[in-house]
Design a protein around this ligand. Structure first.
Ligand SMILES: [Zn+2]
Length: 158
């Protein structure tokens, strides 16, 4: 099967199995190498700096049933890794699935998105319940961070 015709499940599994940061010390070179060689499976606005995060319990990850929405062009999974839950967002671009985001459940609101009584948005995740503020907002300025660190490519500007 062509590497371009992978299912969303295959893409996410492959990313987890190849994840560069599974023990400390973390190697920036491993992160850069993985971001480059796995890059064809990622959407242009994927934030590759996430590869620097430790992924615990990679050996027994579990994917949820996919949630497919918006005319079959977006699929989301929950990925259970030990006691942690991550969110994978996979989008179809020109007929091919690409991972657009992979981020952890917010440790402050545990995915709720709000804070205290529910009258305040969680400042950690910006109210999305996942990752850090901005992770699911796909700001173009986040592109190219790892490439910039590697000094190999131009940085995409805002
Ligand atoms: Zn939060």
């Amino acid at each position: 099967m062509s590497p371009l015709l992978k299912t969303p499940q295959e893409l996410v599994s492959e990313m987890i199995m190849g994840w560069p940061s599974v023990r400390v010390p973390i190697s920036m070179q491993d992160i850069v190498d993985f971001a480059q060689h796995f890059g064809e499976n990622l959407s242009p606005d994927f934030d590759t700096s996430v590869f620097a995060l430790l992924l615990p319990s990679r050996e027994d990850y579990k994917l949820s049933e996919p949630l497919i929405s918006e005319g079959d062009t977006i699929t989301k999974f929950l990925v259970t890794l030990g006691a942690d839950v991550w969110l994978a967002v996979v989008v179809k671009i020109d007929g091919y699935w690409r991972i657009q985001a992979f981020t952890f459940r917010c440790p402050r609101c545990f995915g709720q998105g709000y804070y205290y009584s529910g009258s305040e948005l969680c400042p950690e995740c910006g109210g999305t319940g996942w990752g850090a503020t901005g992770d699911l907002e796909f700001r173009p300025g986040k592109r190219g961070r790892i490439q910039a660190l590697a000094g190999t490519q131009e940085v995409v500007k805002d």
